[in-house]
Design a protein around this ligand. Sequence first.
Ligand SMILES: *Cc1c(COP(=O)(O)O)cnc(C)c1O
Length: 357
Amino acid sequence: MRYIREDLQELVPYRASNYEHKIALNSNESPFDLPGGTKKRLIKHIQRDNLFNRYPDPDSTLLRQAIAKHCKVDASNILVASGSDELIQMIINTFVNKGEYVLYPTPSFSMYKIYTQICGGIPVSVELGEDYKYNIDTFIEMGHRYDAKVAFICNPNNPTGTTIDREEIKSFIEEFKGIVVIDEAYIEFHGGTVMDLILKYDNVIILRTFSKAFGAAGLRIGYLVANQDIVDDVYVTKSPYNINTFSQLTALELLKDWDKVKERIDYIIAERERLYGILCAIDNIDVFPSSANFLLIKVEDSQYVYDELLKTGILVRNFSEDDILANHIRVSIGSKEENDMFLQEFLNILQERGPQN
Ligand SMILES: *Cc1c(COP(=O)(O)O)cnc(C)c1O
């Protein structure tokens, strides 16, 4: 006897691969540890009395104020959650009735579809165009056809690294009848945020995270930026104590080291471009230009390349089970040393396999 809801029976749980490895280039994390200053101030906090026997601040008040300053918006426009993952779920729970449609690009971040299905919505994927670029007219058309309630736009898009420009985003927001969520998980590696649009239109949500550019995936902190009505609505679905005290304080202290974080972002961008240049010169693979902290590479046999890399201790993301991305791997940009190790092993593997017929 299975007790699970009928409409969830076919869902496969999301399980991140957890093979033994030396170098993790599979989750778009940062190779950098927390800045030393952040750690020092954090230790001071931990030594405070009665810090962890009390529940955390359910509103993350201090952190929201710091994020608001960082984003140059009002704290009332910010909602913090346990990763932007949780915000994606909260947004769908807030706005999507059972049987209503949710639009998202494909290939893109898998959680848009999964949370839609969990909440009883109907996922509608819109295929990206040539070279995985957004085709906004298709988005607009599909939005109308399904009368979708929520649409996700991932900019820059994971795992393709492609971007969509401001004018196209604006035309979509103007045409779309529901809520438009712009997932800016990688925006720090690109620039060109459209955060200012949250007060120009009444249907816009920006999603951000501390997991990628800020290098704090383990904290589980994400935030949304939206007008106050939307923030109040999404708040309805919030668990009271979803962000623990430790994470609130660490993120707060990390924001004070923004200059250091920015240096590291510039380093990752420089490494991305260096790697891209080298990979472009290699025969029999395709590497896509990226505006994020990873590169998407098409190879002849991604399962083989993935397995061989793993034998050398390097973990990348393999998309062999994806219809569109079969034979693509995604490689996160690590430290210079890690990237060089990857390059060396990757080139070895391609050479060993030799030309394919
Ligand atoms: C990594 C990622 C997230 C999730 O970030 P968390 O804040 O760690 O939950 C959201 N959206 C996209 C596109 C991502 O790649």
